[in-house]
Design a protein around this ligand. Structure first.
Ligand SMILES: [Fe+2]
Ligand SMILES: [Fe+2]
Length: 260
């Protein structure tokens, strides 16, 4: 089972980078399911129904999120519209939405989980304990499990990858918007990368207009943030999963720049 997953989509440049690269990557890698982290897809903050529909039309089958998921009021108000979207499973039990999705493909089912880290992040339940609990509740016929672990600290993401080794197909980090070069298959067969990176403007501070971000850092005064413009970067991974065992065969890291 081949899965293509795009890192945090940042506003319009991020959507452009995805739409321009998705068809070619799907064809080249014979991809069956496409996912993306969409927490910044609408103007850099959150998601709207319009943007969600646009991403579905591009061919994205499942969407994950993180700390920015509720940035737009309409997301909570219309949560039933976002059926293919997850928020971290270790958010409050009272939070709207869901943290797990089970998708079908020609090669069989794929469970997708979204979890958030707790280091330099808003308070959340223990992702390690919850992942163990979710594993026990997984239907027996579901062998392939994809996890988007949304976290700031490399140590926490790295530890979580090792914790899940041999138990799930992939632990893919998101949130920092900076791609790491440590993709690997862990000894027991779990594909891992600390951060898949961003789909968004190349010339930016993690997607935000550089002068606005610098103003904030140099003065300490909160500043209005807008998504930067110019060339866009698509960051992704392609996974090959043995659907009979749930083990990953390979993980390939991808970065493409779209000049205009
Ligand atoms: Fe993000
Ligand atoms: Fe985030």
């Amino acid at each position: 089972m081949r899965v293509l997953f795009f890192g945090d989509i940042e506003g319009k440049p991020g959507r452009k980078a995805v739409s321009r690269t998705l068809p070619e990557l799907c064809e080249r890698h014979r991809v069956e399911l496409v996912g993306a982290n969409i927490e910044n897809a609408a103007g850099g903050f959150g998601i709207t129904r319009e943007v969600y529909d646009q991403l579905l039309e591009m061919g994205i089958d499942f969407m994950t999120s993180g700390n920015h998921v509720w940035d737009k009021k309409e997301t909570v108000q219309n949560i039933d519209h976002f059926q293919r979207m997850l928020r971290p499973a270790n958010f409050s039990e009272r939070a709207p939405g869901k943290g797990q999705l089970i998708l079908s493909s020609k090669s069989g089912p794929l469970a997708v989980w979204n979890l958030t880290g707790r280091i330099f992040m808003a308070p959340a339940e223990d992702p390690f304990a919850l992942a163990e609990k979710m594993l026990k509740q997984l239907p027996a016929e579901v062998k392939a499990v994809f996890i988007d672990f949304h976290g700031e600290a490399t140590s926490e993401k790295n530890a979580f990858g090792w914790f899940m080794d041999g138990k799930v197909s992939a632990v893919i980090g998101t949130h920092t918007h900076i791609q790491t070069a440590d993709e690997k298959i862990l000894p027991q067969g779990t594909a891992y990368i600390t951060d898949v990176g961003m789909c968004g403007p190349v010339n930016s501070v993690i997607g935000i207009d550089t002068s606005q971000a610098l103003e904030r850092f140099t003065t300490g005064v909160p500043h209005h943030f807008e998504v930067a413009s110019g060339p866009a970067l698509a960051s992704a991974v392609v996974l090959d999963i043995d659907e009979t065992t749930g083990r990953a065969r390979s993980i390939e890291r991808i970065q493409r720049i779209i000049e205009s």
